[in-house]
Design a protein around this ligand. Structure first.
Ligand code: COA
Length: 170
């Protein structure tokens, strides 16, 4: 079994590999974006990579960015096709690392626009639906929120839930 390691991206070369995985998933496979899925949020985002130690290559990625003070968004979770449902649970681990990454940086909320077919995946990670589904990049998405409970003090969690969530790109 390929051993997979996870880390926050620190080099341009690794970032370009993350972009390549995202391109293969969101442009070529899902056709959500026409030429590129990269956007203005990539510059200041934290990118997390899953790396196959056999090849040294990035095989999956996700990004997190702070949209406004304390309000973070996750986006572009992409596991290369041949690594999906891998015994290492790559998608699950990337989400958990993303949650810890933003909690460590003081996130009050961690949100993401989720494709309907993946809502169950996130519910199993204790994410909850926020409001009704919306159109996002031309197709229906469900805004969901991570339970950062357990990663921070209970009082902090419950006093910070009510914020504006509209007009945000993920
Ligand atoms: C969705 C995605 C990230 C899941 O990643 P993954 O690495 O295959 O998932 P894992 O191996 O960590 O799966 C863990 C569990 O979730 C289940 N699972 C995987 N995808 C699921 C889905 N879409 N819905 C419900 N359960 C799912 C797995 O079967 C596994 O269940 P088990 O533990 O009972 O065996 C991956 O399929 C992917 O990259 N898809 C294409 C891009 C995409 O849709 N991104 C999300 C945009 S919102």
């Amino acid at each position: 079994m390929n051993k997979i390691i996870f880390r926050i991206v620190e080099t341009e070369a690794e970032l370009q590999q993350c972009f390549a995985v995202r391109h293969s998933v969101f442009v070529e496979e899902q056709r959500i974006f026409f030429e590129t899925d990269q956007d203005e949020f990539d510059k200041n985002a934290i990118h997390i990579a899953a790396i196959d130690t056999n090849t040294g290559k990035v095989v999956s990625t996700v990004r997190c960015h702070e949209q406004e003070s304390g309000i973070w968004y996750g986006a572009r979770l992409a596991v290369a096709k041949e690594f999906r449902t891998h015994p290492s649970l790559i998608g699950v681990k990337l989400c958990k690392i993303a949650e810890k990454t933003v909690a460590d940086r003081g996130a009050k909320r961690f949100l993401a626009y989720i494709q309907p077919k993946n809502v169950r995946f996130f519910e199993r990670l204790n994410w909850q639906k926020v409001d009704q589904p919306v159109t996002h990049f031309g197709s229906i998405h469900q805004l969901m929120e991570a339970s950062l409970f357990g990663m921070k003090k209970k009082t902090e969690y419950y006093t910070t839930r009510k914020v504006q969530t509209t007009n945000v790109q993920g």
